[in-house]
Write a protein that binds this ligand. Structure first.
Ligand code: UD1
Ligand code: CA
Length: 446
């Protein structure tokens, strides 16, 4: 075991042509986030000193996505995809002065586990390759081992029948000291069946120079790489199955686990209850004991303890629900803070708003937050009562304990304790309803 500083290089320059897509492969979503986000998230757990993503196809889009996923990660550009060794070389200038262990990951291989990466990081050998016993070794590179560890890796295209019979194969993940990569990468040529610079030449070169080269193995499931839409769909199923199992283990009730969809970073507290057909987009935290009723969609939001949401509610980014808040059916909330005990039961849109403690929002209330150009805020104080079908034309403020009459269009601020009515006065004509009906029926001739 060694405790060296770690740097990550994530290879993500390939086109992924088998995806049949205009989107770079690593930007296809798995568990609600771009594929490359999975390798980045697991890699982060090692507390690396540097994280470099090698981008090529769609580099601009990949760069933007990476900046959101991991703001400290940097991008190395690989203009032409000349092979995995060439890709790693593009990252080395960004690791100038780094003297530790470099771990190379693939952006399209999302399931490598934290423990596996930790094993690679702390292994005493100079080069460590992550291998696995393949049920079907297919076109993977074959690991040729001997009494002293890994002798060499032979790519499928370059292998003869005897080598192809080997079932211990290369996952693509490799760890080596930065100094060793600086020394040997420039020596790798491209005289092979693919005409590419193979990173898999490192073990043989390093061993010939007297370095210790070893294989660490992991479960085949961790090495699943995504090349096609079908593989992406399978990976999504595997991801969801694991996320559901983890939620159940953590003490979350899932009424029908198979219908609940999680994102990579979904965080749900113990004794929360999640109904059928609930979808979690990225960035959701649900505290202990909260309840999400069936058919809700949540994304970038926080639900505090004791809150109930749904059925059929949508919480969009920036929705913050305080303790014991109740959000009912057909309610949409975006970029709004609801303080403790707020009730918003039915058919409402709250956007860019702050609602004070224990305020009641009547059915059909809408914050008119967008004027076609800009967004404006609505502030509602504590213990207020917003009558059904109130239009709150932002920017607008409703004070503490204030009320609005049903059907009001509120365009001016309402002071604390005031009642605001913004609607036409009712006119009642005795007997006119039946008389009107008689006239109408006569006209129709019956
Ligand atoms: C590679 C390994 C093989 C291993 C397999 C596991 C080599 C030479 N071979 O083969 O031993 O069994 O992965 O899946 O390393 N990439 C770049 N730039 C490049 C080339 C590739 O960024 O110039 C990226 C790709 O986007 C991909 C990864 O590196 O994420 C692997 O490249 P790929 O071409 O899929 O390698 P394989 O032929 O699968
Ligand atoms: Ca591949």
């Amino acid at each position: 075991m060694t405790e060296k500083p770690v740097a990550l290089i994530v290879l993500a320059a390939g086109q992924g042509s088998r995806m049949q897509s205009d989107l770079p492969k690593v930007l296809h979503r798995l568990g609600g986030v771009p594929l490359v986000g999975h390798a980045l998230a697991t890699g982060r757990l090692l507390e690396p000193e540097a994280v470099i993503v090698v981008a090529g196809h769609g580099a601009e889009a990949v760069g933007k996505a990476v900046a959101k996923l991991d703001p400290e990660a940097r991008i190395a550009l690989q203009e032409e995809q000349l092979g995995t060794a060439h890709a790693v070389r593009q990252a080395l200038p960004l690791l100038d002065g780094f003297e530790g262990r470099v771990i190379v990951l693939y952006g399209d291989t999302p399931f490598i586990g934290e423990e596996t990466l930790a094993n690679l990081a702390s292994h005493a050998a100079d080069v460590v390759v992550l291998g696995f016993e393949a049920a079907d070794p297919g076109r993977y590179g074959r690991l040729v081992t001997g009494p002293e560890g890994l002798e060499r890796i032979v790519e499928y295209k370059d292998a003869d029948a005897a080598i192809r019979a080997i079932r211990l194969v290369n996952s693509g993940v490799l760890a080596a000291d930065a100094a060793l990569l600086r020394e040997f990468l420039p020596r790798i040529g491209n005289r092979n069946a693919a005409g590419e610079y193979y990173l898999t030449d490192i073990p043989e070169l390093a061993r010939a120079a007297g370095h210790r080269v070893e294989v660490v193995t992991c479960d085949e499931a961790e090495t699943l790489g995504i090349n096609t839409r079908a593989e992406l769909a399978q990976a999504e199923a595997a991801f969801q199955a694991r996320a559901r199992a983890r939620a159940l283990e953590d003490g979350v009730t899932l009424s029908d686990p198979a219908t609940v969809w999680f994102a990579l970073d979904t965080c749900i507290g113990r004794d929360a209850v999640i109904g059928q057909n609930v979808v979690f987009g990225p960035g959701v935290t649900v505290e202990s004991g909260a309840e999400i009723l069936p058919f809700c969609h949540l994304e970038g939001c926080h639900v505090s303890a004791g809150a109930t949401v749904g059925p059929f509610a949508r919480l969009r980014p920036g929705a913050e629900l305080g303790g014991d808040v109740h959000v009912g059916n057909f309610v949409e909330i975006k970029n709004s803070v609801l303080d403790e005990g707020v009730k918003v039961g039915h058919l409402t849109y709250l956007g860019d708003a702050h609602i004070g403690e224990a305020t009641n929002i009547g059915a059909g209330t809408i914050t008119c937050n967008y004027d076609g150009v800009g967004k404006h805020r609505t502030e509602i104080g504590p213990h207020a009562f917003i009558g059904s079908d109130t239009m709150l034309v932002a920017p607008v403020r409703v004070g503490a304990r204030a009320m609005t009459g049903s059907g009001s269009v509120i365009t001016e601020d309402v002071p604390d304790d005031a009642l605001a009515l913004g609607r036409a006065k009712q006119v009642t004509k005795p007997g006119l309803a039946t008389r009107l009906m008689q006239v109408l029926r006569q006209k129709k001739g019956n």
